[in-house]
Design a protein around this ligand. Structure first.
Ligand SMILES: Cc1cc2nc3c(=O)[nH]c(=O)nc-3n(C[C@H](O)[C@H](O)[C@H](O)COP(=O)(O)O)c2cc1C
Length: 181
C-alpha cells in the first residue's frame, strides 16, 4: 500500500471510566508508522436502529466505516451479553453492509467477558466480517491490567493485544495486494 493503512477503532464502553475506552487510546498510541488508528467518538449519540432514513449521525458512522481499511472493536460485557450501544451501531450496518468482508479485530475486555466474546464472534460471522486468524482476543480481569496512569501495565497482555492488531494489519495488507493483482 502506498499510503497509510486506516483503522477505525471503536470502544463499546461509553462510560467516562470505561476500560475499553482506555484500551483504544492505548492501542492508538502503539500504531506502527504505516498505520493510522482513529477512534470513533459517536457511539453515545447514534439513534436506536429503526429502519427509517439514516440521520447525519448515522451517515457519519457509515462514512467512517467505509473510509477505514479495517475495524478494531474493543468491547466490554454488560449484563452477560454484548453492550447495547455498540450492538445498536452494528445493527445500523446490517442493511447497508459496510462490515461485510471488512477486516475486523475483536478484543473483548471485561471482568470475565466470555459470553460477550462468543456472542460477538457469532454476530460478526453472521454479517460476514473478516476476522483473521489471531484477530480475536478475550481479556478477563481487564481492570487489573492498567497502572494508575491508565497505561496497560501487564506485559503479556500488551503483547497479546499487539499480536491481535498485527493480525488485522496483515489481513488488510493481504487484501490490498490481492486487489492489486
Ligand atoms: C452495567 C455493567 C454490567 C456489567 N456486566 C458484566 C458482565 O456481565 N460480565 C463481565 O464480565 N463484566 C461485567 N461488567 C464489568 C465490566 O466488564 C467492567 O466494567 C470492565 O471494566 C469492562 O467494561 P468498561 O469498558 O465499561 O470498563 C459490567 C459492568 C457494568 C458497568
Amino acid at each position: 500500500m502506498n499510503r497509510k493503512i486506516k483503522i477505525l477503532s471503536v470502544s463499546g464502553g461509553i462510560r467516562p471510566t470505561s476500560s475499553n475506552a482506555l484500551l483504544v487510546k492505548e492501542i492508538q498510541k502503539w500504531a506502527p508508522e504505516n498505520v493510522e488508528i482513529s477512534i470513533y467518538q459517536g457511539l453515545a449519540t447514534l439513534p436506536a436502529f429503526d429502519d427509517g432514513p439514516a440521520s447525519e449521525t448515522v451517515n457519519d458512522w457509515i462514512r467512517q466505516l467505509t473510509e477505514a481499511d479495517g475495524v478494531l472493536i474493543c468491547s466490554p460485557e454488560y449484563a452477560f451479553g454484548v453492550p447495547g450501544a455498540l450492538k445498536n451501531a452494528i445493527e445500523w450496518t446490517v442493511r447497508s453492509g459496510e462490515l461485510v468482508n471488512k477486516p475486523l479485530a475483536l478484543i473483548t475486555a471485561a471482568s470475565s467477558g466470555d459470553k460477550a466474546h462468543a456472542a460477538w464472534l457469532q454476530i460478526f460471522s453472521a454479517i460476514s466480517s473478516d476476522i483473521p486468524p489471531g484477530g480475536a482476543l478475550l481479556i478477563p480481569f481487564i481492570k487489573t491490567k492498567f497502572n494508575e496512569k491508565g497505561e496497560v501495565s501487564d506485559v503479556a497482555i500488551k503483547e497479546a493485544i499487539l499480536k491481535t492488531v498485527q493480525a488485522l494489519i496483515q489481513c488488510i495488507e493481504q487484501k490490498a495486494s490481492a486487489a492489486d493483482e
